[in-house]
Design a protein around this ligand. Sequence first.
Ligand code: ADE
Ligand code: ZN
Length: 321
Amino acid sequence: MTQTHPKVELHLHLEGAAPPAFIRGLAAEKKMDISGIFDERGNYSYTDFWQFLKVYEAATETLKIPEDYHRLTLAVLEESAASGVIYSETFLSPDFCGGRDVGAWREYLHAIREAADLAEKRDGIILRGIVTAIRHFGPEKSKETALCAAETAGDWLVGFGLAGDEKMGKPKDFAWSFDAAREAGLRLTAHAGEWGGPESVRDAICDLGIERVGHGVRAIEDLALVDEIAEKGIVLEVCPGSNIALGLYPGWRTHPIHRLRERGVKVTVSTDDPPFFHTTMAREYQMLAEAFDWDDGVFEEIAKTSLAAAFCDEATREAVA
Ligand code: ADE
Ligand code: ZN
């Protein structure tokens, strides 16, 4: 069931989904030495979240031209489809794709979309994009990122978000960027409640007007906030395997996804950066089934919740359903 069950993934970083062998191949082609980011078995190697961000950015350095992103998108969607994913939303960053230059960004976006179209025909998986500002690059750069997003908002590019180091700055520092994205018709999400506590989630909801929260799991530390999230129908993009691999929780049974769901929160399940965390969507489902005794009915409900919370247009949603 966990392999073949149709899945909807809402939280996937495109560069973070790059298989290590793919990145090593690009590095070899470009004669770059990035051996320091891998362990002896060839996996990405890091000791904590902040080092993870550095390794992520070092791996991303190998992605130099739109064609590299075209190849990356095909490789990533092949993996997702093999896990039973039928619809996915991926985070993209003009920061990495063309250095926030709108003209260059358009070329990267074109290459990624073309690859997504090919994968849709090849694997039957539908992809949509969410432009993501990087919090530790600061609010000024996020404005340029938001302008790139606003320029290319449309049927394929459906959302705007915020990732990176949650300990840097406050959500309200990014309000200008979120306002610009909203005015361009983009739907909004932001990482919060991963490395920041409940106040970080509350601030992101209040100051950025987001309708989904990336992670959001540390809301569990304030039950009044959990109830508010449930009441408002705000959706959490929960990535349990990521949280466990990064040491936020010691194991699957102690992960709060079950308690959040029991208290009425709309939870969804995603992988975040699957090869970094040795996970896949099939594994996430499998581990959740084992940890919480979740049956097919729970996973069907989660897939339904995810599709309803997807940022795509109604025609796409109906095509997936
Ligand atoms: N970028 C990629 N993965 C991330 C995560 N788990 N948290 C914040 N930013 C990220
Ligand atoms: Zn993430």
